[in-house]
Design a protein around this ligand. Structure first.
Ligand code: HEM
Length: 522
């Protein structure tokens, strides 16, 4: 029991030991001008806590904003009962609400970088379901740069500033993507206005990777998840519009989200899934497990399963937004992984980085802890502050199996999904890579102003790359669509003719141009 303290419920300042602080202005010194002494407990506690106020930034997606809300299920998927495809409890009942926490982010640069940069945006949702947490860790764009997780650290290095000068330069980006033809589709989205969403409210979200849904019989289908903004709509920016905002405000997206929720204008998204049977689909010219590809929405319609409303701002940015930890391994019964290789690589990376970034017991923090029954035999570790013991569990028994008061395994909620494999262990690409086909489709589907922006943004950045990089990119664009390649090629030639120095810019000039194009340093 907590002992009563005369200061309980008043505004008296204390230290973390509960000692009331009567002087928070002066350290103890020998005389008013004298040296200080080492037993200044209050000062040393205060300053050493301050010295440790920062945890490492996320290695990617460092800049972000978050909000709380709820997900409301429709009970159906399109016209069918959702139970036909998944037994996940959160989807089953029409009107059922599940609390959520969402963190939006930009990817490449640091925790205080401008929110106007051309960059994918993260869209990570934590559902606190009755069966434990489900994290849907997505982006605003529906495809990704690479399909093999082995390439991810190189990709991020290439997108970051030069390790010697710490200056950003698009040549690093284009050097990598020109040698990774599978990135052509993502680059086409990124350099169009879709690469700078106006804010976090007016953008889509997508799980990008392929997952599975599993029903009671253990039957699975492949699914892709999509968040479609409801009343607030979708809005993207031109490069000029983004620059004008950046000149005034480097936090416009965080501010927009916070203020909208404060004034009661709650953003809403509908969750849709696309469903494919769980097989290789030889009739398609791409592999459904390839995250650089869209599943054509005319053939595989977006089926609505529920909506999400964000209606509460965090009370403390650090405790909730900074320490939140999402991961693709965090699924509930009825949801499963597919064999998408990128997804499998991601699934190791998230909890690994979080044990380092936040600490071994990061799942004990209120923002990450499930809001349901948690009873494990995990004990100890840095900063352990609870023992997640079931009420009937003996405090002595921290192992399983046990017949003297230990935890018991849960009863299965349906048949296991048991995919069978019979193949050689290899290092090989997917067979149907088709790196350029969908990039061309996307180029042709853009509106005229989006295509014009795409070309002018590419021309600006490619003009300061060395010729072999430029030529490789133009070759990829041409293979996607002849008009696409021709326009970039002519644009670069015209720009270089007018500014011949651009083709051989110095690192400093390159960085200057890069800064104006959104590839600046942190
Ligand atoms: C954050 C790894 C691909 C979306 C992160 C973090 C890591 C990581 C280490 C930092 C997590 C933390 O500190 O809490 C990877 C790897 C990938 C990959 C290894 C590929 C092999 C993707 C893809 C998407 C994505 C394809 C989108 C579908 C996100 C988001 C966050 C994030 C939204 C921020 C989550 C938050 O707000 O805390 N990723 N990632 N990542 N990643 Fe990935």
């Amino acid at each position: 029991m907590t002992p009563a303290n005369e200061h309980d419920n008043d505004m008296t300042l204390t230290n973390r030991q509960g000692h009331p602080i009567s002087d928070n202005q002066n350290i103890r010194t020998v005389g008013s001008r004298g040296p200080s002494t080492l037993e200044n407990y209050h000062f040393i506690e205060k300053i050493s806590h301050f010295d440790r106020e920062r945890i490492p930034e996320r290695v990617v997606h460092a800049r972000g904003a978050g909000a709380h809300g709820y997900f409301e299920a429709y009970g159906t998927v399109g016209d069918e009962p959702v139970s036909k495809y998944t037994r996940a409890k959160l989807f089953q009942e029409k009107g059922k609400r599940t609390p959520v926490f969402v963190r939006f982010s930009s990817v490449v640069h640091g925790g205080h970088s401008p929110e106007t940069f051309r960059d994918p945006r993260g869209f990570a949702v934590k559902f606190y379901t009755e069966d434990g947490n489900w994290d849907l860790v997505g982006n605003n764009l529906k495809v990704f740069f690479i399909r093999d997780p082995l390439k991810f650290p190189d990709m991020v290095h290439a997108f970051r500033p030069d390790p010697v000068t710490n200056l950003g330069n698009p040549e690093r980006f284009f050097d990598f993507v020109s040698n990774s033809p599978e990135a052509t589709h993502m680059v086409t989205f990124l350099y169009s206005p879709w690469g700078i969403p106006a804010n976090y409210r007016q953008m889509q979200g997508s799980g990008v990777n392929t997952y599975k849904w599993v029903n009671k019989e253990g039957q699975a289908v492949l699914v892709k998840y999509h968040w479609e903004p409801l009343k607030q709509g979708i809005k993207n920016l031109t490069q000029k519009e983004a620059e004008a905002i950046q000149a005034r405000n480097t936090s416009h997206a965080t501010q927009d989200l916070y203020e909208a929720i404060q004034r009661g204008d709650y953003p809403e998204w509908e969750l849709c899934v696309q469903i494919l049977s769980d097989d290789e689909h030889p009739e398609l010219d791409f592999d459904p497990l390839d995250p650089t590809k869209l599943w054509d929405h005319e053939k595989f319609p977006f089926l609505k399963v529920g909506k999400m409303v964000l209606n509460k701002n965090p009370e403390n940015y650090f405790a909730e937004v900074e320490q939140s930890a999402f991961g693709t391994g965090v699924l509930v019964d009825g949801l499963d992984f597919s064999d998408d290789k990128l997804l499998q690589g991601r699934t190791f990376s998230y909890s690994d980085t979080q044990r380092y970034r936040v600490g071994t017991n990061y799942l004990q923090l209120p923002i990450n802890a499930p809001k349901t029954h948690v009873a494990t035999n995990q004990r100890d570790g840095q900063m352990a502050f609870i023992v997640d013991r079931a009420p009937g569990q003996s405090p002595h028994v921290n192992y399983e199996p046990s017949s003297i008061g230990g935890l018991k395994e849960a009863a299965p909620s349906g048949k296991d999904h048991e995919p069978a494999y019979n193949a050689k262990l290899v290092r090989q690409k997917l067979e149907r890579t088709n790196d350029f086909g969908q990039a061309g489709d996307t180029y042709r589907k853009f509106e005229d102003w989006e295509r014009d922006e795409l070309i002018s943004n590419l021309v600006a950045d490619l003009s300061i790359c060395r010729p072999e990089i430029r030529d490789r990119m133009i070759s990829h664009f041409t293979q996607a669509d002849a008009d696409y390649g021709r326009r970039v090629s002519e644009g670069v030639a015209a720009l270089l003719a007018n500014s011949p120095h651009l083709g051989s810019v110095s690192a400093q000039e390159g960085a200057e141009i890069a800064k104006n194009s959104g590839h600046g340093t942190d």
